[in-house]
Structures are given as C-alpha cells and as structure tokens.
Design a protein. Structure first.
Length: 285
C-alpha cells in the first residue's frame, strides 16, 4: 500500500494513498499529488501512516516537509505500527552492537512530529526514546478485535502462555482483556552471539487449549521450540502482533490450530489457519 496521508480539519477529512518510488541511485522519491493545493488549505492535523517498514525513511522525509509548513498544519502525527529496530533496543557487545532503536527514534525526533503512535513495541525502551508517544497495547488490539472480526474472542482458552520473561507483561494484558484466568510462564535459552535457541520449557501446566502471546514472530523458532516442549494434551493458538513469518507458515501451522496477527507489516500472507486483525483500517478511519 505504501504511505497513507490523512488530512483533517473542522470541515473535511481526506485520505491520500501514496506509492513511493526511487531514483536511479536507489534513494527514495516521495511525491504527493497536488501537494501545493493541499497546502492551500489550513489543516488541524495531517497524519502520516506507514504501512510497510521499507517506507520508514520516505515517510520521515515527507513528515519533515509537513512540519516545515506549520503555518498551514497545526499538528503532524505519525503512525508507525511496527517500529523499526525495536529488537535492537540496547548495545550488545556479544552480538548486535548497533543500538538500532535509538537510531530510528532519533530520526523521528528530528522530524519534529507532534505525536507518534506505535503498536505493541518490543520493550519499554522504544517509547522511552521519544518524547510524544502513544502506545497501542495488545489489550487495545484485543478490544478492537472483539468489536470487529473477533478472532481472539471466538476461542475458549484454558490459559495464556508467555514464551519468555520478556513477554510476561504482554501475556498478562491479553489474559485480562480476554478474561482468561491464568498466565503460564515458559522459557528458552538463547546464545546472544549466534542467536541459537535451546532449552525450552514451561511451568507445570494441565491439558487444555492455550494462547501463546508475543509481539513478533520472525522465523518462528521460539514458538516451534516451545510447542515441541509442551506436555501431551496441551494444544495452542498463537498470537503475535507483528507477523514477519520470514520462514513461512509451514512449520507453524503444524504446531498451532490458529495463528492470529495484525497487518502491521502489510505482508498479507494467506492461509486458512492465519487470521489477521486489520489495524491499518482501524487507525486510518
């Protein structure tokens, strides 16, 4: 979809869908149809919605142009569902030496937007790096889902599982929102230098159907490893806010009855066992 621009004032609200392209040297080329005419009006707010991570830098270039026109635009607001670099939220001398979250946050701060909205960030580090931040939590997403497709609320769960310690608060929020009585803590070991996962386990758990909750599914190693460690009689659905699914769904669908994600990454992977909560449509409207 590219970048979506929403302009609004007391009289009207307009939605503009933009396709970004590139110069021959591969640098971004951002065009807004009738941009001078757009600035003939005075807007209470202009929202820049990023629907693909690869559009982050073009969107920031556009947002910088908007903040340079304060005489016509009262507020510039950014919607970045999947915040780039969030998994590199500290310097790790044994592996990821780049503090990527800080790099991207500095760009957002440089643009000078009045607000930035992010969805279920990987940790509290990301929103703490920026001054004017609204965080949409898994509880917010689950409430939206309840009022719409109801992918999460049509299922009955014996409990919610946090796949590691970092997911515990997120799992608690989801359990409270769904009215599920208990959260179970699982664990894994990761070699920070190689990224290899070993030693999956979970606290004592009774047979039943459970929901595993986390923010990101990349290759799926964490969830497939956890599924293999579960005792007999335990079945699971998987909820992840940001579904990269870089290794596809083949192994995941063997281990989970249903996989629920959002369209934060605009991937549009299709499978009968994959259910998508359409947060882009929610945020734009």
């Amino acid at each position: 979809m590219g970048i979506t621009l929403v302009t609004r004032n007391t009289v009207e609200r307009e939605i503009h869908f933009l396709d970004t392209s590139r110069y021959s040297d591969n640098t971004p080329l951002v065009k807004v149809p009738n941009f001078p005419a757009l600035l003939d009006e005075k807007w209470d707010a202009v929202e820049v919605h990023i629907t693909r991570p690869e559009d982050f830098h073009p969107a920031m270039m556009l947002a910088k142009s908007l903040t340079a026109n304060r005489e016509r635009i009262t507020s510039v607001e950014l919607f970045i569902p999947y915040f780039p670099g969030a998994r590199q939220d500290r310097r790790n001398p044994m592996g990821d030496v780049a503090f990527a979250a800080d790099y991207y946050a500095n760009i957002v701060e440089y643009v000078g937007a009045d607000w930035v909205t992010i969805y279920d960030p990987h940790s509290d580090v990301v929103p703490a790096l920026m001054e004017y931040v609204k965080v949409v939590s898994v509880a917010d997403i689950a409430k939206f889902d309840e009022a719409n497709a109801g992918h999460l609320h049509h299922r009955i769960y014996s409990g919610v599982i946090a796949p590691d310690s970092g997911a515990h608060r997120r799992a608690n929020l989801m359990a409270e929102t769904l009215g599920v009585p208990k959260v179970f803590q699982a664990w894994k070991n990761r070699d920070v230098a190689t990224g290899k996962l070993t030693g999956f386990g979970i606290e004592p758990i009774e047979p039943g159907h459970y929901l595993i909750v986390d923010d990101i599914c990349d290759g799926g190693g964490t969830f497939n490893g956890l599924a293999a460690s579960l005792p007999a009689g335990v079945t699971c659905d998987l909820y992840v806010t940001h579904g990269l699914f870089s290794q596809g769904l083949r192994e995941l669908i063997k281990n989970f009855e249903q996989i629920i994600t959002t369209d934060s990454l605009d991937k549009y992977v299709s499978h009968p066992q994959l259910k998508t909560i359409n947060i882009h449509e929610w945020s734009i409207r």
